[in-house]
Write a protein that binds this ligand. Structure first.
Ligand code: AMP
Length: 396
C-alpha cells in the first residue's frame, strides 16, 4: 500500500482527492468541519515537504452548475482550519485550472470547483479523468467517504498516474484500522452489531463470522432473532421474512465456533415516545402491546462482560433508540464498556452508520481507538467488498 511517505513532494504538485462534502446552512456557511479537519494531515505533509496541493472534491448533489453548491463557499473555512491561504478556481478542467496550476507558487493550496458540476465525474468518464490528471504530478486519494464510488476522480484517474498514486493519511488509516479488525485482530475479537434492521446488516454479519470470536447482536434487529426462536416480542420491530435467515446465521455462527450473544432483557414501552412509561421485560416475554426499545440491565451487564474480555472490538449500530434519552442508556453503557476495554489495551473501531453518531453524541469518540469517517464506505469494507477508489490506487 503506497502512502505519502513513499514520495518526496518537494517541488511537486500533489493532486489530492479530498472529501469536502460538508453540510452548509441556508447562507452557505459550513456547519460541520470534521471532513476538512480530517484532510489536514495529508495537506500539511505535502506543504511541509515543499510541495503544492491541488484539491478536488464534490459537494452535495448539484444539478448542473448550482452556485449554492460551489466549493467557493468553503474556502474561508478551509483557510481557517488549514492555517494557509486557499486559492480557488471556478472550474475543474480546461484553461482556467491549467493556468492556475502553472502559476501556483510553491507551498500553496488550490481548490478546484465542485467536481459534480460535470456529469462526467459520476459517470467515471475517462477523458474527464485524463483532463483532471493534467493538474498534478502525483495523485493522492484521501477521500474515504467516496472510496466506494467508481467516479472519475476517485477511481479512473489513477490510471494516468502509474507509479505515482498513493493514499492520503486519512484513507490509509481507515484501511489499516479495518484490517486490524477484519484480517489480523488480536483475539478475542468481538463485533457489536446493532441498529434497526437485520436486512441492512446481513452481509456484514455473514462476512464478520470469519473474523470474530464473539458476536453481540442488539438493537431493533435482535427481535427478528428472538421471534425466530419462538419468543414473544410484542410490538417490537421485526422483519418477519428474515426469521429463517436469522436462524441460519445462528447455525452458521455455531458451525464457525462464534459465540453469539443476544439480549437477555429489554426496556419496554407502549408508545414510541421519549415520555412514555417504561418497564423492563425478559426478551422472550414481552407483553402484547409493548415494544422493546433499549437493552435492559442484565443485557448491559452481560454485553459489557464480553466487551471487557475482548482484545479487539468493532462497534456497528446502537443497541437502543439512543436518539431518545429514555432509551439511550443501553448504548451509553456499551460505549462506557468499550472505552474501558480500550483503556485496558483493547483496540476498538467504531464504524458504519449510527454508532458513530452515538459515540460522538455521548462524548466517547476520544476514548475509543478509531472512529471511522465514512458511513457507506466503511459498511462496504466491513462487508468485504473491494472499494473502487482503493483498488485503483493499489493497482496503479
Ligand atoms: P442503523 O442505521 O441500521 O445502524 O440503525 C440505527 C437506528 O436503529 C437508530 O436510529 C436507532 O434508533 C434504531 N434502533 C435501535 N434499537 C432499536 C429498537 N429496539 N427498536 C427500534 N429502533 C431501534
Amino acid at each position: 500500500m503506497k502512502t505519502l511517505n513513499d514520495f518526496d513532494f518537494n517541488g511537486k504538485t500533489a493532486l489530492i482527492r479530498v472529501d469536502f462534502n460538508v453540510p452548509l446552512d441556508d447562507e452557505q456557511k459550513v456547519t460541520d468541519t470534521t471532513r476538512i479537519e480530517a484532510a489536514k494531515p495529508t495537506i500539511m505533509q505535502v506543504l511541509n515537504q515543499g510541495g503544492s496541493c491541488v484539491l478536488m472534491s464534490h459537494l452535495g448533489r448539484p444539478k448542473n452548475r448550482d452556485q449554492k453548491l460551489s466549493l467557493e463557499h468553503i474556502v474561508s473555512t478551509a483557510e481557517q482550519i488549514l492555517g494557509v491561504k486557499v486559492l480557488f478556481v471556478s472550474d475543474c478542467i480546461g484553461e482556467k485550472p491549467l493556468q492556475a496550476v502553472a502559476e501556483l507558487p510553491k507551498n500553496s493550496v488550490l481548490l478546484l470547483e465542485n467536481l459534480r458540476f460535470y456529469t462526467e465525474e459520476e459517470q467515471g468518464d475517462t477523458s474527464f479523468a485524463q483532463s483532471l490528471a493534467e493538474l498534478g504530478d502525483i495523485y493522492v486519494n484521501d477521500a474515504f467517504g467516496t472510496a466506494h464510488r467508481a467516479h472519475a476522480s476517485t477511481a479512473i484517474i489513477a490510471d494516468y498516474f502509474k507509479g505515482k498514486s498513493c493514499f492520503g493519511t486519512l484513507l490509509a488509516s481507515e484501511i489499516t484500522n479495518v484490517n486490524r479488525v477484519m484480517l489480523n485482530g488480536e483475539s478475542p475479537v468481538t463485533a457489536i452489531i446493532g441498529g434497526a434492521k437485520v436486512s441492512s446488516k446481513i452481509t456484514i454479519i455473514e462476512r464478520i463470522l470469519d473474523a470474530v470470536d464473539h458476536l453481540i447482536i442488539g438493537g431493533g434487529m435482535a427481535f427478528t432473532f428472538i421471534k425466530a426462536q419462538g419468543g414473544s416480542i410484542g410490538t417490537s420491530l421485526v422483519e418477519d421474512d428474515k426469521q429463517e435467515l436469522a436462524l441460519n446465521i445462528l447455525e452458521l455462527a455455531s458451525a464457525k465456533g462464534v459465540e453469539v450473544h443476544l439480549p437477555i432483557d429489554t426496556v419496554i414501552t407502549q408508545e414510541f415516545s421519549n415520555d412514555s412509561e417504561t418497564d423492563v421485560a425478559m426478551i422472550h416475554e414481552i407483553p402484547d402491546g409493548w415494544m422493546g426499545l433499549d437493552a435492559g440491565p442484565e443485557t448491559r451487564q452481560k454485553f459489557s462482560e464480553v466487551i471487557h474480555q475482548s482484545k479487539t472490538l468493532l462497534f456497528n449500530g446502537p443497541v437502543g433508540v439512543f436518539e431518545m434519552p429514555t432509551f439511550a442508556e443501553g448504548t451509553i453503557a456499551l460505549c462506557e464498556a468499550i472505552a474501558l476495554a480500550t483503556k485496558n489495551g483493547a483496540f476498538s473501531l467504531v464504524g458504519g452508520g449510527d454508532s458513530v453518531a452515538a459515540v460522538k453524541q455521548f462524548n466517547y469518540d476520544d476514548q475509543v481507538s478509531y472512529v471511522s469517517t465514512g458511513g457507506g464506505a466503511m459498511l462496504e469494507m466491513l462487508e468485504g467488498k473491494t472499494l473502487p477508489g482503493i483498488a485503483a490506487v493499489l493497482n496503479a
